[in-house]
Design a protein around this ligand. Structure first.
Ligand code: DGY
Length: 325
């Protein structure tokens, strides 16, 4: 067993085992007992004196939080693969390392991506509501909840990283034709997965389903806007399990309202949580999930293990630390 180090480690929200056990045996662990987001003033107060902070999406980790933690802060461990909630430049300036949880959530997120494709294409949410609402009056009906075929259709993947690649693999089981666009062309994967590289414009024109798998940064901000949506087929769907800021949400709403495209399956939004008045919630051709791409018991547990081990391995100077900076 490791000799405990008395450093304070602050975890901004309750995480599953084995995360807490890994940390509490080695550090002075302080963890918010609740899973919902901390108020800003509490976050600032609770990180005081911490050597490591484990944070979640929705916790804005900027210079004020780093100031409050003080000069001891050495590690910001993201309980996520995405790190757009952390001011990386500020962390670099202060020689704080920022870590994340790669490799453990891609399959789970790819599964959810496929759920969104199927649910949006086959109108499943509206059909379920119809049954529950007691509106199913006439048994089998020739035109009840007609949707679109997924099998044999064309899937356009934007961003062929870990998750995009796993979505492409799943598409083979549905006999889909897969085209992709990525910052870097991945020739080795093209033959392995039978996928074709195309320009973003061609991808949008040809796809029946456009699935987004890029990270959020200044290059991807509003990458999908009115001009890009206008290239899509009237019968096509946009699926987004990456980050909301990649799509200009106002343009998407306008396109859906005007039937420029057939629908959207979204797990992420420009601002989360979305408000009840967000017009996406009023459109029947959207499937809206509350950012649950990685939300399975198994994966959240693995994420907790990796995020905790990033801290342990840094301070005990061994093993893998998944550093971003
Ligand atoms: C991530 O890890 O970035 C996902 O969005 C949530 O698990």
């Amino acid at each position: 067993m490791d000799r405990p180090i008395r450093h304070k480690v602050y975890v901004t929200r309750k995480i599953p085992e084995p995360g807490p056990s890994i940390l509490k045996n080695r550090f002075q662990l302080k963890m918010n007992p609740r899973a919902d987001v901390l108020r800003r003033e509490n976050l600032i107060q609770n990180v005081r004196g911490a050597y490591a902070v484990m944070c979640m999406l929705g916790d804005k980790i900027d210079s004020s939080v780093m100031d409050s933690a003080g000069p001891n802060l050495k590690v910001i461990s993201c309980y996520s693969v995405g790190y757009d909630h952390v001011d990386i430049c500020e962390a670099v300036k202060r020689k704080i390392i920022v870590t994340n949880t790669p490799n453990v959530l891609a399959n789970t997120t790819a599964d959810l991506t496929f759920s969104l494709i199927l649910t949006a294409a086959r109108n499943l949410v509206n059909a379920d509501r119809h049954v529950r609402g007691g509106n199913w009056k006439f048994g089998w009906t020739p035109d009840l909840f007609l949707g679109y075929d997924v099998h044999g259709s064309t899937l356009g993947i934007i961003g062929l990283g870990e998750i995009g690649t796993l979505v492409a693999k799943r598409a083979r089981g549905f006999d889909m034709k897969v085209i992709y666009h990525s910052k870097t062309r991945k020739r080795d994967l093209e033959s392995e997965l039978d996928i074709t590289y195309v320009s973003l414009e061609e991808l949008l024109q040809r796809s029946d389903f456009v699935s987004i798998h890029v990270s959020s940064n200044k290059d991807s901000f509003h990458m999908i806007d009115k001009s890009k949506i206008n290239l899509m087929k009237k019968t096509a769907f946009i699926i987004n399990t990456s980050r909301g800021k990649v799509i200009n949400e106002r343009d998407l709403i306008r396109a859906l309202k005007n039937n420029i495209i057939a629908g959207a399956g979204l797990d992420v939004y420009e601002n989360e949580p979305i408000s009840r008045s967000n017009q996406l919630t009023q459109l029947p051709q959207t499937v809206l999930l509350p950012h649950i791409g990685s939300a399975t018991f198994m994966t959240r547990s693995k994420m907790a293990e990796v995020a905790a081990n990033n801290i342990v391995n840094f301070f005990y100077q061994r093993g893998i630390v998944y550093k971003i900076n």
